[in-house]
Design a protein around this ligand. Structure first.
Ligand SMILES: Nc1nc2c(ncn2[C@@H]2O[C@H](COP(=O)(O)OP(=O)(O)OP(=O)(O)O)[C@@H](O)[C@H]2O)c(=O)[nH]1
Ligand SMILES: [Mg+2]
Length: 387
């Protein structure tokens, strides 16, 4: 767009480039100001969208499947428009189950990540490893958090709540705060813990409201006359066992107290059943120690592979067992994943929503059976080798 300006009697020609959606004057200096584009785009001759509009435009891209619906997108769209802070809460024990697939492009620029429920992991577990794992996983979705804070917001164990509060105050820069995350990661508990430090500066009430233009009920905490903290309902991760089982079983799957790892040795032709949620057969390999990390409510049964299907059927039909799903009657109701251990190394296999198990590789062959939608992740020496 060419704008003509009269200066000191001369007609100067000033070339102004605008975002073709919102009309902001484009600039490549300040990412937080209106009209920002990368230098490359700024110097190109093409019509471009500013970064903010570019993000909004992606909302109409439905080429992949999302775990969240249009209502959630409407909320995040509002967050982007307000330049708000998103507080993205994860569950420390079930990180992979608490990632919201494909959410990256819908998030506002400012994202603070809280890895909650740190108390359910053994104390000796490395916090740095946890943060690094989260950082790497989020990078894949182009999410670059302002900070990653570990927390526990359980009534008996509280960790870093003040640090979370200070980070929110610092990073929100006077704007609203949207607390988002997967189902049951502890968002509302965290928010109610933060309320301990809260003095309502307005005459508005904390209340549950339908978020404008959506059917979502959100808890809305007035921060000042213009801004709010919103606690959003949790999103189901379709690849997590938590979304697959009957709702009354979720309390058994998600650990509430510190998990106690269980170690068993096993060899070729032996199997493990993790309640009736998953079956693990060792089809090749020398004696190996397997350490399981899962909710203390999930029973592990070790048996001969030749008896595994029968044992699974008995378990599924046992009315006294609380943590069994009615959706699985026998191995045929599960999908097989073949895991070939090529050589040696430290292996970790994650069954998303259920937990994980570790062992030292020594050319074992493993058949892992789990419900069809559930994601299985194989890591070797801390790096994901299949997912
Ligand atoms: N051990 C432990 N339990 C927690 C923690 N935070 C929350 N919980 C428990 O986790 C369960 C879910 O907590 P909520 O705060 O309702 O989780 P949410 O993310 O708001 O859940 P939705 O809104 O349903 O998605 C409750 O039983 C909490 O007591 C924590 O840090 N540690
Ligand atoms: Mg909640």
């Amino acid at each position: 767009m060419i704008r003509k300006t009269k200066t000191s009697g001369l007609t100067a020609e000033i070339r102004v480039r605008r975002c073709y959606s919102c009309g902001s004057i484009l600039q490549d200096k300040d990412p937080s100001a209106a009209g920002y584009v990368t230098s490359e785009k700024f110097n190109s001759n093409e019509d471009v969208l500013c970064e903010r509009c570019n993000k909004l435009r992606h909302f109409s891209d439905r080429s992949t499947s999302y775990d969240f619906n249009d209502d959630y997108i409407t909320v995040l769209e509002a967050a982007i428009k307000e330049d708000a802070l998103a507080v993205y809460v994860l569950n420390a024990f079930c990180l992979t189950g608490s990632f919201l697939h494909n959410i990256g492009k819908f998030l506002p620029e400012k994202v603070l990540v809280i890895v909650n429920k740190r108390d359910v992991l053994p104390k000796q577990y490395s916090d740095e490893y946890l943060k690094e794992y989260v950082r790497k996983a989020l990078e894949k979705e182009d999410i670059h958090p302002l900070d990653i804070i570990l927390s526990a917001s359980h009534q008996n164990t509280q960790l870093n709540i003040e640090i979370v509060r200070d980070a929110i105050v610092k990073y929100r820069e006077g704007k609203s705060v949207y607390v988002i995350g997967a189902y049951q990661v502890g968002k509302s508990t965290l928010v109610s813990n933060l309320l301990k430090y809260y003095h309502n500066p307005t005459n508005k009430m904390i209340q549950t409201i339908p978020f404008p233009n959506t059917s979502l009920a959100v808890v809305s905490v007035p921060l000042d006359d213009k801004t709010y903290l919103y606690d959003l309902p949790g999103i189901y991760n379709s690849k997590s066992l938590v979304s697959f089982v009957e709702p009354q079983l979720v309390k058994y799957l998600i650990p509430r107290t510190e998990i106690k790892p269980e170690t068993y040795t096993s060899k070729k032709d032996q199997s493990f059943l993790l309640s009736n949620f998953a079956r693990i057969d060792i089809t090749e390999g020398d004696r190996t120690a397997f350490t399981f990390y899962k909710s203390n409510d999930i029973t592990i049964i070790r048996c001969k592979t030749s008896h595994a299907d029968e044992t699974l059927r008995d378990l599924s039909n046992n009315k006294d067992q609380l943590s069994v799903t009615k959706k699985i009657k026998c191995t045929a109701d599960l999908t097989e994943h073949k895991i070939s251990v090529d050589g040696t190394g430290d292996y970790r296999i994650r069954i998303v929503g259920l937990g994980y198990f570790d062992f030292t590789g020594n050319n074992q062959q493993i058949s892992l059976y789990a419900p069809e939608p559930i994601q299985i992740i194989v890591e070797k020496d801390g790096t994901i080798i299949s997912e």
